[in-house]
Design a protein around this ligand. Sequence first.
Ligand code: SAH
Length: 269
Amino acid sequence: MSSPPPRTNRPRAAGFPLRLEQVKPARSVEQPERAPASHSVRSKASAGLGLDSADVRRQMVQRLRASGVQSEPVLNAMAQVPRHQFVDAALVTQAYEDTSLPIGHGQTISKPSVVARMIELLMGGANARNHGGLGKVLEIGTGCGYQAAVLSELAHSVISVERLKPLHDKARELLAPLRSTRLRLVYGDGMLGHPPNAPYDSIIAAAGGDALPAAWLDQLAVGGRLVSPVRQPESAKQMLVVVDRNEQGYVHRVHEAVNFVPLKSGLIG
Ligand code: SAH
């Protein structure tokens, strides 16, 4: 899928190579827990990255906007998180292209347009609309931690579960500089959700199976929304599925086709 050109009159960024020193954002631990997204960690992009990387990221956001992403909080969150720090050094020049990239262990970092689309859908849940943010979030499939970082810009708290220990450890390392008190990584089988902190206002899965695990539906709060890829039995195609829970039960909607890595059960140490 090719992206439309950025609609900007600014000169192109000085380009790569990006400066890759570790970001040590001055993120205040006293930050209010329900801070509106637009107020969160604004200084991060300039705190330790070269201006060129912030600029390339802004161009990515322009392309997301041009491709139909409308939620300003989501676009703002995508503008904050330095995606190039979540990919291998050899792939850094592709970090802001709209493409998924390998992160090792047969897994991939999701493409920016899909991350933005899924989080925008999550923001449409009843609780998220009422609270102006994602509330308490469960993410299944931490991978390298990129989406978890974006989610944490928009949420009261994020629990992200990964079944592959080496990736869980990698994400822990990559996310450490954020020093986020709102984000917790769990090494576990996400098919079981994460019962200790249930119910969740928002549940998002970055891996798709043949059906939604019952645990996810059980752990979804009333007013909560779940967004996940699910293989459809009729077509065998993996589609994005949105489930809202209300007082009466669950409402399922099937959206566009997607292409996520498989949801698998059990742990790999
Ligand atoms: N969220 C990532 C995408 C990671 S790819 C991003 O920011 O781009 C999807 C991840 O889901 C993989 O790391 C895979 O190991 C993980 N996964 C698959 N089945 C899982 C399960 N049952 N529990 C937890 N993680 C799972």
